[in-house]
Design a binder for this molecule. Structure first.
Ligand code: FAD
Length: 468
């Protein structure tokens, strides 16, 4: 049978694309090589990490700030197997949910490795080695990404002592000392999980700041907060070796600018230096599908590859490696295939670090605006001046709003604080509609809420905030 659309990969990009395509009346199939649907995000990424982040926060809260709030709790005891079981139950509920949605939308599924044979033809190799061919008017490549490792360094992952993010989601005991190589989102989220559960955590980062492209001021203050929580940082440090050693493993690094090498011993080393687009075994070369200089499937502005009828979305193409970006591209491609106008606004894709406090941002950073020569004004408001934050003992952090100097249009919003990942969406909606900081400042916000700080920061871009 010929399908209208065959999607290779069932991560947030692939499964959302398939559901939308089926909803729009297209005969759709999905090919997935993992035993469960949902891709990296649902199986070994966003969902399990958020389950552990929340559980470890509850554990930490129980042992720390409750006394100040008048709640006496005897020292909490960690039940790691139960915590990991909660994580797995959350994953199971989500991946089963995708299987249910495939059935509900009458999407055919093939379990096996998909390979593009040519435009209109995909082969699926099952675990038993049997190969079947599937015909499709359109093919959508949504094969995602995989752990990248450290350029030029041989890292022998065993997922027990030298681990990737996948191993960091299932450690059977809290390591005494965890060294995290890479101070990006994944390393800081998972590092903070194990720090809260009792590990000493040291982060070794190549750049002179954590969280790479995030706003510099946010990154600096966030680092201070993590340091207060006991996490240590070695910045501007180039890792040259990660090896097993007596105690567990050791990490050797030297200053980026040159100098003596240092070695740190650890029980466990988490290497979280980024992810690479995953196209292994996809047959792209044979099918004539071009990749770019970073190994990503090359696409035009409509997610079309150079071969007619073959599209690509999500982590395997350019743009931020985020689940919601993959989802939105999946929807846009399904709409295009159904004859509609699919679109994604890449200027308004929020990005969240789910630590405690959270970091969230949308749009341009101050560094980006300066580099582009755009004149802007900045408004800032700290959570120390927010009544709800004080009531909840969550006064760390601030909201910063960057607006065009001439037009007042909001160009970037950066929030460091409790609940930042939820608050960022009012800024995202505002930016989607091309709103100004005055629009935001004149919008009534319920009192008392953390979101009032967003309004006050908007007010600070063109007038004075009320509560400061
Ligand atoms: P994937 O989710 O990687 O899915 C690709 C699927 O394709 C996989 O299931 C794979 O098995 C399958 N596949 C590959 N090749 C083939 C083939 N040849 N045949 C058949 N199937 C194939 N993003 C966020 O936005 N928020 C977060 O909080 C977040 N947390 C994360 C935490 C961790 C620890 C990690 C690792 C990532 C996190 N991410 C997060 C990133 C997010 O997981 C990815 O951006 C997202 O999964 C990309 O979706 P995708 O559909 O492009 O690919």
């Amino acid at each position: 049978m010929a399908y209208d659309v065959v999607v290779i990969g069932s991560g947030p990009g692939g499964y959302v694309c398939a559901i939308k395509a089926a909803q729009l009346g297209l005969k759709t199939a999905v090919i997935e090589k993992r035993a469960t649907f949902g891709g990296t995000c649902l199986n070994i990424g966003c969902i399990p990490s958020k389950a552990l982040l929340h559980a470890s926060e509850v554990f930490h809260e129980a042992g720390h700030s409750h006394a100040t709030l008048g709640v006496d709790v005897s020292t909490p005891k960690l039940n790691l197997p139960a915590m990991l079981a909660h994580k797995q139950a959350t994953v199971d509920a989500n991946v089963n949910g995708v299987a249910f949605l495939f059935k509900k939308n009458k999407i055919d599924t093939f379990i096996g490795t998909g390979k593009v044979v040519a435009a209109g033809k995909v082969s699926v190799t099952g675990e038993d080695g049997k190969v079947q061919e599937v015909e499709a008017k359109n093919i959508v490549i949504a094969t995602g990404s995989d752990v990248a490792g450290i350029p030029g360094v041989d890292v022998a992952f065993d997922e027990k002592v030298i681990i990737s993010s996948t191993g960091a989601l299932e450690l059977e005991a809290v390591p005494e000392h965890l060294v995290v190589v890479g101070g990006g989102v994944i390393g800081l989220e998972l590092g903070s999980v194990w720090a809260r559960l009792g590990a000493k955590v040291t982060v070794v980062e190549f750049l002179d700041k954590i969280l790479g492209p995030m706003d510099g001021e946010v990154s600096k203050q966030f680092q201070r907060m993590l340091e207060k929580q006991g996490i240590e940082f070695k910045l501007s440090a180039k890792v040259t070796a990660v090896e097993k050693s007596g105690k567990g493993a050791k990490v050797t690094f030297e200053p980026v600018k040159g100098g003596d090498a240092q070695t740190i011993e650890a029980n466990v080393v988490l290497v979280s230096t980024g992810r690479r687009p995953y196209t292994d075994g996809l047959g792209l070369k044979e099918a004539g599908v071009e990749v770019d200089d970073r190994g990503r499937v090359a696409i035009n502005d409509h997610w079309q590859t150079n071969v007619s009828g073959i599209y690509a979305i999500g982590d395997v193409v350019k743009g931020p490696m985020l689940a919601h970006k993959a989802e939105d591209e999946g929807i846009a491609v399904a709409e295009i295939l159904a004859g509609q106008a699919g679109h994604v606004n890449f200027d308004a894709i929020p990005s969240v670090v789910y630590t405690q406090p959270e970091v969230a941002s949308v749009g341009k950073t101050e560094e980006e605006l300066k580099a582009a020569g755009i004149e802007y004004k900045s408004g800032k408001f700290p959570f120390t001046a927010n009544g709800r934050a004080r009531a909840m003992l969550h006064t760390d952090g601030f909201v910063k709003i960057l607006a065009d100097k001439a037009t007042d249009r909001v160009l970037g919003v950066h929030i460091l604080g409790y609940g930042a990942g939820e608050m960022i969406h009012e800024a995202t909606v505002l930016m989607e509609f091309g709103g100004s900081s005055e629009d935001l400042a004149r919008t009534t916000h319920a009192h008392p809420t953390m979101s009032e700080a967003v309004r006050e920061a908007a007010l600070a871009t063109f007038a004075k905030p009320i509560h400061m």
